[in-house]
Design a protein around this ligand. Structure first.
Ligand code: URA
Length: 470
């Protein structure tokens, strides 16, 4: 039997066919699936058949299988068909020793990654229109058949404009309603002023002090560069990075951060989908290019957490300070020194814990040559929470130590009354035990030396409670 699935609505059509085939008892190996071309259903009389059945599989399994069906592998329909029947007959979901299951899980992951790339790299160009709304087009070349799954994101994000995202196979069109059609014209959209704007924007936010070509290429593989108007700037920008760092350092303290911050605020993408948390290294590389909130623009670099992958304790601070921003490592400045001293006195070996922050970029206001710490606001804490949760999700510590109100806010949703809550155990959102304590910079700010001594001793006592989890 040959079944021709439509180019639009492929997955839904496959699901309907599989239900029917199962009811009729047609075996998976009797079916040849194609998309969009070939003969229509030819139902031969002597097809291999099993007993007919009514399918019932879990929602989770179906969602994952349907994601995997967006993969470009021609075998995916047969594999998924057979797997659905086995799941229906009692096979447990998620067993990676099963080759078909493993393949489906891997392909679903590849599809999600492709969707993630689409969300990050689609660039719209404005096109003239007579209508009341501004209109934009974009051209994108995905690896897999992700247009239907990947474009509802843009409908939410750009609901107040008309747009078209064309890909070689399928085009998504939005004018208040999202529709899909087969792509007829495969020419890319013309360049226009918006393209220049993108270039100017990209050159202005490009911070040479944080050029990490490898990380950049893994987040923005070369194959996407050709469709990015800013991409032809990259080689030059990278080549001139050294000179630009020096030049930037010379004028850094003045007006640049505020201006870049304003530009970045307009371009920040707070609701990008959660990063794929394969490993801490992958997460770190992903976070290096984070633009979820505007703080990335004036900061030197993302300061990601550090420590063992299997740490029993995760220590969470507020955000990197001036020294951390330059060094690219958490808690290496004055607050870090207080932490190190008190941790050591409390028997908490820093090499055994994972140290990170609620916000991964330094927020500051320039004063002459100095950069004064500014507290991150709620939106910034919220935008950055995705990284902290991904770190915690990979490490799965036995205990989290929240140092200060910002960490507490990010981890529990409530940052008030820190002095009342300090020393107490609470729970993070996922139920992990969480010990509350003050931030070490609070100890540095206390003007009264006696009080500072008392507070330092309490801080040490808190860290000693944490040390028991080692
Ligand atoms: N303060 C923090 O909260 N984190 C750092 O990394 C440094 C200072």
């Amino acid at each position: 039997m040959q079944i021709v699935l439509p180019v639009i609505g492929t997955v839904a059509a496959w699901r309907d066919h599989v239900r029917r085939l199962a009811a009729e008892g047609v075996a998976p190996e009797a079916v040849r699936w194609t998309v969009g071309e070939g003969a229509r259903d030819l139902l031969a009389a002597d097809l291999p058949r099993n007993e007919g059945r009514k399918l019932s599989i879990t929602r989770e399994a179906l969602a994952e299988i349907e994601t995997a069906l967006c993969h470009s592998d021609p075998e995916r329909f047969n594999r998924a068909h057979a797997l659905v029947l086995r799941l229906n007959d009692g096979l447990g979901w998620g067993d990676r020793t099963d080759p078909a299951m493993r393949k489906v899980l891997e392909q679903a992951k590849a599809v999600r990654r492709d969707i993630h790339k689409m969300h990050a790299f689609v660039r719209f160009r404005e096109v003239p229109t007579d209508g009341p709304r501004r209109a934009f087009t974009a051209w994108f070349e995905p690896d897999h058949r992700i247009v239907e799954a990947g474009t509802p994101f843009f409908a939410t994000r750009f609901g107040d404009m008309d747009w078209v995202i064309a890909t070689p196979e399928v085009t998504a069109r939005f004018d208040g309603t999202l529709r899909f059609e087969e792509t007829i014209d495969t020419a890319r959209p013309p360049a226009d002023a918006t393209e220049d704007l993108w270039r100017t924007y990209y050159a202005s936010i490009f911070n040479p002090a944080r050029v990490m070509v490898k990380a950049m290429q893994s987040e923005m593989p070369k194959k996407y560069w050709k469709n990015l108007p800013e991409a032809d700037l990259i080689p030059d920008l990278v080549r001139n990075a050294d000179a630009r760092v020096r030049e930037m350092q010379a004028r850094e303290a003045e007006e640049a951060p505020a201006r870049r911050l304003a530009a970045a605020r307009a371009m920040a993408v707070p609701d990008k989908p959660a990063p794929e948390a394969g490993s801490l290294d992958a997460l770190r590389a992903d976070a290096a290019g984070c633009t979820r909130c505007p703080l990335y623009a004036p900061a030197t670099q993302t300061v990601f957490g550090e420590g063992p992958r299997d740490a029993k304790i995760v220590i969470v601070g507020e955000q990197p300070g001036d020294e951390e921003d330059l060094a690219g490592r958490p808690f290496v400045g004055p607050a870090g020194q207080v932490f190190d001293e008190e941790a050591e006195a409390a028997g908490l070996d820093r090499r055994q814990v994972y140290v990170t922050n609620a916000v991964k970029h330094f927020k500051f206001s320039p004063r002459g040559k100095r950069r004064l710490h500014q507290r991150p606001d709620m939106a910034e804490v919220r935008a950055c929470n995705v990284w902290l949760q991904s770190e915690l999700g990979l490490i799965r510590p036995k205990l989290i130590v929240a140092m200060g109100a910002t960490a507490l806010q990010s981890l529990t949703g409530k940052g008030q009354d820190i002095l009342k809550r300090r020393g107490g155990f609470e729970e993070a959102g996922d139920g992990t035990p969480l010990l509350v304590t003050v931030h070490p910079s609070y100890l540095l700010r206390l003007p009264d030396p006696e009080l500072a001594k008392v507070e330092r001793a309490k801080f040490r006592t808190d860290l000693a409670k944490a040390a028991e989890y080692l």
